[in-house]
Design a protein around this ligand. Sequence first.
Ligand SMILES: NC(=O)c1ccc[n+]([C@@H]2O[C@H](COP(=O)([O-])OP(=O)(O)OC[C@H]3O[C@@H](n4cnc5c(N)ncnc54)[C@H](OP(=O)(O)O)[C@@H]3O)[C@@H](O)[C@H]2O)c1
Length: 262
Amino acid sequence: MSSSSVRPVALVTGPTSGLGAGFANKLASQGYDLILVARDVERLEDLAGDLERRFGAQSEVLPTDLATQAGREAIAQRLEKGVQFLVNNAGVGLVGEFWTIDPIDLQRQLDLNVTAVMQLTRAALPPMVAAAKGRIVNVASVAGLVAGRGSTYSASKAYVVSFTEGLAGGLEGTGVQIQALCPGLVHTEFHERAGLELASLPKMLWLNVDHVVATSLEDLENGKVISIPGLQYKALTTVSRILPRGVARRVGSIVGKGRGRT
Ligand SMILES: NC(=O)c1ccc[n+]([C@@H]2O[C@H](COP(=O)([O-])OP(=O)(O)OC[C@H]3O[C@@H](n4cnc5c(N)ncnc54)[C@H](OP(=O)(O)O)[C@@H]3O)[C@@H](O)[C@H]2O)c1
């Protein structure tokens, strides 16, 4: 990336597919240069070439496993130099009951879904606060708002929601905006990677990437700290807030097919 670049810079984790690819494309189309962080170097380089051809965006490709401390430290060091937009998007679900899953996989999920979000946000904020300008989107999930659907995955997303809401209060008046994006089911590689079979779920529950990304950016523009794309999920999360916790947990477990996922 040229040091004389005057384009703002956005760092997106997990841009090799799904929502991360959607954010990288949308931000490039809005004039951002990109820092692309995921493990698959070939897909990262293909994406970088594509963003340059289509939008004239320059990309820094940083192949990294964010489930490792060394990987997170490398990206934190890059963020400390300053970016204008951070999208903490990379995350994974696991198939199987909690008590059957390899503890190493459970720890990697926690390190990616929670520790990376916390550490990268910590690294990105000082230059943003100093510049009185900056934006952070932390990709959580409806699973972080509605009880009864999976265990460690939901808990990791509840952390992201709570962390982001708390931080939003602290950032008021600094010029830095932060959002927890809470999508329901989105057509991406997520479920295939996790080994989840959800084909029997009603079509109306599925969202597409472009809609989720557009809603997130529009909500950020309007200062919304929690972004819930789709009327069906706005309704679901509202109802679950009103219902007694036990009833909400039962409903969440039936709708979200809580068994066999972690
Ligand atoms: N799809 C849904 O229904 C849904 C709903 C609610 C929330 N979400 C959340 O949305 C976010 C994006 O998921 P998606 O649906 O777009 O899934 P996806 O298509 O599977 O994309 C996941 C991305 O994360 C990257 N990634 C995975 N493990 C990584 C690691 N250890 N280090 C660095 N990068 C890693 C992957 O790239 P590499 O394999 O190249 O590393 C990929 O780019 C996640 O946080 C997920 O929890 C998804």
